[in-house]
Ligand binder design. Structure first.
Ligand SMILES: NC(=O)C1=CN([C@@H]2O[C@H](COP(=O)(O)OP(=O)(O)OC[C@H]3O[C@@H](n4cnc5c(N)ncnc54)[C@H](O)[C@@H]3O)[C@@H](O)[C@H]2O)C=CC1
Ligand SMILES: O=C([O-])CC(=O)C(=O)O
Length: 333
């Protein structure tokens, strides 16, 4: 079998990190051949062409072809999986709101091109920020594609939360299960450990042991863990001098691999159009706990939300509603 995969912004940093992992089989496994389609704007084409030359030099056994184009119609024709990465990254001092106007205009035309040419089984993940609202815009321009095929990446936030717990509790990341990122891929997100477990024990209980009581554990969550995870993107920008790249590409691969092959080890976090669960307005692209079953995301339902969680989720959802209003006002929806 061969899968056609489109990567937008393929000449940029995350594109460069993604391409080689996909070609090496990290996305779909060692038996699935891939056809890569690299979309760039004219000024980014040389970067994508250079990456294509290096892909050739990698002599990847699974790589059937690589096409580089600045025409979205060509890039999305027949695509089975689309990574929408291309957009301007945030730089020091910028908040995601600043990116709405700068990047929102990219996703309407790309939604239309996907609608016109993508394969019937297309799966789309938006990485470019502001990712949730960009996915909302793209879905709104693709009436023939089921809206649940449009997702946005909060797996990086999820992995960051798992990484923090793994380090604190001194356990391998693979033992940390059922963490949830709720809401927007922004500083308002709510990384939730209330249902998380390690080795069959609840994380809240383990944190209470570690910090000497439930009150101290909650204080650590509110004052250290949540802001650390939610603002990790800014921390990386400050330390590296540019935004997350390899970890973002890794998360995008985790997201699509689990979508195609099914989630292992509990649930994960995915931003997808709400069906009204947990009082998130229907249609809003918000992050939820989700499992992939038979190739489709299913929101994990009926989790109890206490008075620590509910207002935090509501605050992030309110930000998504504001973003939706802002792009409506800009005429992008
Ligand atoms: N959701 C997430 O967890 C994360 C999202 N990001 C976001 O990912 C995006 C890409 O980041 P980087 O690769 O570091 O940026 P980059 O600037 O290195 O690459 C972006 C590429 O997109 C291209 N591009 C711009 N408009 C395009 C269009 N209309 N069609 C196709 N290509 C287009 C540019 O020419 C450039 O080559 C940024 O928006 C960044 O904020 C970054 C990290 C994590
Ligand atoms: O913070 C940024 O601008 C890049 C990003 O989305 C992240 O690292 O989570």
């Amino acid at each position: 079998m061969t899968t056609t995969i489109t990567i937008t912004g393929a000449g940029g940093q995350i594109g460069y990190a993604l391409l080689f992992r996909i070609a090496a089989g990290d996305l779909l496994g060692p038996d699935e051949r891939v056809r890569l389609k690299l979309l760039e704007i004219p000024q980014g084409l040389r970067g994508a062409e250079g990456a294509a030359l290096e892909l050739q030099d990698g002599a990847f056994g699974l790589l059937e072809s690589v096409d580089v184009t600045d025409d979205a119609g060509v890039a999305f024709d027949g695509t089975n999986i689309a990574f929408l990465v291309g957009s301007r990254p945030r730089t020091a001092g910028m908040e995601r709101g600043d990116l709405l106007a700068a990047n929102g205009g990219i996703f309407g035309p790309q939604g239309q091109a996907l609608n016109a040419g993508a394969a019937d089984d297309v799966r789309i993940v938006v990485v470019g920020n502001p990712a949730n609202t960009n996915a909302l815009i793209a879905a709104a321009h693709a009436p023939d594609i089921p809206s649940e095929r449009f997702t946005a990446l909060t797996r990086l936030d999820h992995n960051r939360a798992v990484g923090q717990l793994s380090t604190l509790l001194g356990v391998p990341a693979s033992e940390v299960r059922d963490v949830t990122i709720w809401g927007n891929h922004s500083a308002t997100q709510f990384p939730d450990v209330a249902h998380a477990t390690v080795g069959g024990r609840g994380v809240p209980e383990l944190l209470a042991e570690r910090f000497g009581g439930e009150v101290a554990a909650r204080a650590w969550l509110a004052d250290e863990f949540i802001p650390r995870v939610a603002k990790r993107g800014a921390e990386i920008i400050e330390v590296r001098g540019s935004s997350s790249v390899a970890s973002a590409a890794n998360a995008a691969i985790d997201h699509v691999r689990d979508w195609v092959h099914g989630t292992q080890n509990g649930w994960t976090s995915v931003a997808l159009p709400s069906d009204g669960s947990y009082d998130v307005p229907a249609g809003l692209v918000s992050s939820f706990p989700a499992r992939s079953v038979d190739g489709a995301w299913q929101i994990v339902r009926d989790l109890d939300l206490d008075d620590f969680a509910a207002p935090r989720i509501a605050a992030s959802v309110a930000e998504l509603v504001e973003e939706r209003e802002a792009v409506r006002t800009l005429g992008l929806l």
